[in-house]
Design a protein around this ligand. Sequence first.
Ligand code: AHR
Length: 493
Amino acid sequence: ATATAQVTVQVDRPGAVIHREIYGQFAEQLGRGIDEGIWVGEGSPIANVHGFRKDVVDALKAIHVPVIRWPGGCYADEYRWRDGIGPRAKRPVRANYSWGGEEHNAVGTHEFMDFAELVGAQAYLAANMGTGSPREMSDWLEYLTGDGQTDLARERRANGRAKPWKVAYLGIGNESWGCGGHMRGVYYADQYRQYATFARALGGQTLVKVASGANADDYAWTEAVMAGAAEQIDAFGVHYYTLPSGDWKHKGSAVAFGEDAWIATLKAALHIDELIARHSAIMDKYDPARRITLAVDEWGTWYDTEPGASALYQQNSLRDAMVAAVTLGIFHAHAERVRMANIAQMVNVLQAMILTDKGRMVLTPTYHVFDLYQVFQDATSLPAQVRADDYVHDGVRVPGLFATAARGTDGAVHVALVNPDPTRALRVALALPGWKAGKVSGRVLSAPKIDAINTFERPDAVKPVAFDGATVGSDGVVAVSMPAKAIVVLELR
Ligand code: AHR
């Protein structure tokens, strides 16, 4: 079946800039996220650059990852930065209390910062508030950024890095309401003020200090932390995970699911819009000028871990691509306040960009959305109104079409359209009043089945291809023939 829909993009009413940092990622010391996924060591038969997998580095470079958060997550609040410097063979081995297994500390400060530089990303370091101290945190910053002759700067040089590093973001505590110490908001706000006072970078660097924000809809946390510490906060984190079932004990499978789970997952993902709006409204009370960024520093799908797989390993299907596309569109709509985000996580963990198996690597459908949406990095958002019938399945209802638009840094107008319906194609009339495109081109991501995945045997099952279903009419309206369950990104010039 085919239905019709209308989209209006107001090219003459530019909105906020979509900060490239909303395309950020998260890499935690857990499972095979870092070891094996990113790091194989210099002596590995797998092609590597200073120990980092070349295939993975190249793939990440290709999507211009703007910022990477490390070393956690929950793990950040048990991490001792001194464990990860000096000769690798002498580094201590610690239990990973958060995620199980042992941490050999092969990837420490030098390696992570090197990795971020290889990828071309800014560093977002998460400091340990849970079991650390302000002294430990400030020493780490001095070690990283010191440009003079202090002992810590000299120690860094002796360990092989002459120049100071740039630390763009510093998280102070992670999920401090939970794994980061089960604090109450008022107590955290005071702790945050103390840590933030001593969170200083040398060499004139400015640090964006990120407070541990709320768990999903815990608005009382936001109220308490904003009331207690707004002046010291540069960015306020919010974490939200999309679970098909909504039940943390039985989240649902990443693969082989039906349409019920497909629509339930999309519906759950869309909830982030309300969360952003409501946290932002509380922030507005304390920060009406919107100086403080709302950083969604953990987001993505979270399914049941595959039996026998490493911690938090899950496959990634067309459904994850849909979640990524609609979530990024929501971030665009809140671009004025949401100026950083980090999908959880980068490789082999949760909604990953990349899966690896020894020497093999696969790019996930989510990776392809980050690729298609690159054009939105630093673009200027444009209002997009949609008129379409809802997509309804078994009494569950979501919009039948999503649209997001922006004027790219390349001067073109980019419009992403997401048709979530697995069976209904759409004929979309895309109007751009007051502006006329001379030509249109695009790419489309879809697959024959909703649970289509890329595997090591068939790595290209879900992959964008050129889209030739759009034409500019003599009236300037662009006619778009969208397939079912598809993401189309158009470029109009
Ligand atoms: O991303 C996995 C975990 O989810 C993080 O460590 C934690 O912050 C969150 O609960």
